[in-house]
Design a protein around this ligand. Sequence first.
Ligand SMILES: Cc1ncc(COP(=O)(O)O)c(C=O)c1O
Length: 481
Amino acid sequence: MTNQNETPIYDAIQQYIKNRIVSFDVPGHKQGKGHKDLVEAFGTKCISMDLNSSKPLDNLTHPTSSIRRAEDLAAEAFNAGHAFLILNGTTAAVQNMIFYCCRKNDKIILPRNVHKSVINAMVICGAEPVYINPGVNTEFGISLGMSIEDIKKTVRDNPSAKAILVNNPTYYGICSNLKEIVRIAHNAGMLVLVDEAHGTHLYFGDDLPISGMEAGADIAAVSIHKTGGSLTQSSMLLVSDKIDAEDMRQTINLTQTTSGSYLLMASLDIARKNLFLNGKDIFKKVCNLAEYARNEVNKIGGFRAFGNEIINGDTVYAFDKTKLSIHTRAMGLAGIEVYDILRDEFGIQIEFGDIGNILAIISVGDRELEIERLLGALSEIHRRFRKEPMNMLEHEYINPLVIMSPQKAFYSKKRALPIEDSAGHISAELVMAYPPGIPVLAPGERITEEIIDYVRYAKEKGCAMMGTKDETMNNIETVEE
Ligand SMILES: Cc1ncc(COP(=O)(O)O)c(C=O)c1O
């Protein structure tokens, strides 16, 4: 067992600063000496740690000393064959795992309720999606996990597919039967890629759904910055010991910055130490806070905070109880409306609101005090804002009609059409509410009246709609046929 108390990147930075090295390299602010405003904005300590790769500080793309050591410690902490520090968000981690196993025209099996980074990876590398419709919980209007029967059938029908990609968990905290998916995939010679943007805590807490590495998955993209306590944008890519780590590094280095931020890297190092040493206690507290909040929300009336009771042994194989997902439709309010009221009237910013639900992230940094504020605000919303539910859209998930690959559609000759007149055409763009960033339409899919209705409704309710070239989303780029 190596010493998880170490923070080799942070320590190397501190030594570098102590050595008072005179800088004739980048960054040009020279530890803030050339830019007083920057020091005032961020503080001396922070700016003096914003350094460039060099022998004493190692190099992210070819690490041999402190960064290498941090990778080894992270691999041990996450029980992985190897861990890579990723600095362009989990977007980059997700894309690297797809680039690693898919070339042009290779098939990849995946649920359609993936983050946009997955679809954009296919635009870049030319992989062809074989979508599995996730289960849908009609009461809450949310997408669930993939059923094992669907996985088996899809694997049988597509024996040449290179990999199966799994959300573990989804934004709402829902997990598929990952261990069984791994078994089926490996028997068919396919790799298992896990999007764990919302799953860092699964590696450290007790009594939580199984993590990707523990389930025997091959590669996992883990957002340490979301629930693990590192700085925004810092992430990790984990590989099992069956994957050649240096091959994976070659893939990562196709797009990895050559100017890795030492602030982000040090934050990963410090977060890993904290998670390893204190994770059990931290996530026990997080689970208790979330369970308490769930029970109290359900006493208010109108709102419904769902939990373990939605587990059904298949499309909800396990539930991540740290997620406080609350259904709002019975209040006569869309999730996005509650999201806006919480911020505008009560000064509370939650993770997202979609058309039927809100999600409050409870994490390392939360205390009882803030939970009570949220509960108080939800009670007030129930008293002041609830109305009869009328003309409310029921669900988020729309079965995609895939006509061509995302890459072919994205790079096709395009024609902009008013979105209201675009039914029947093929989209050349993504359409989504962000967050959660799960596209309702992806390049290569047929636009339908149902999708147009969804976009109209989501805009009307105040969702931030993104993905189209036209910022107003009045027009959409379609494939010229
Ligand atoms: C499921 C999922 N995957 C990947 C990402 C991308 O993560 P990042 O924002 O760190 O790039 C997100 C972001 O919200 C996500 O929800």
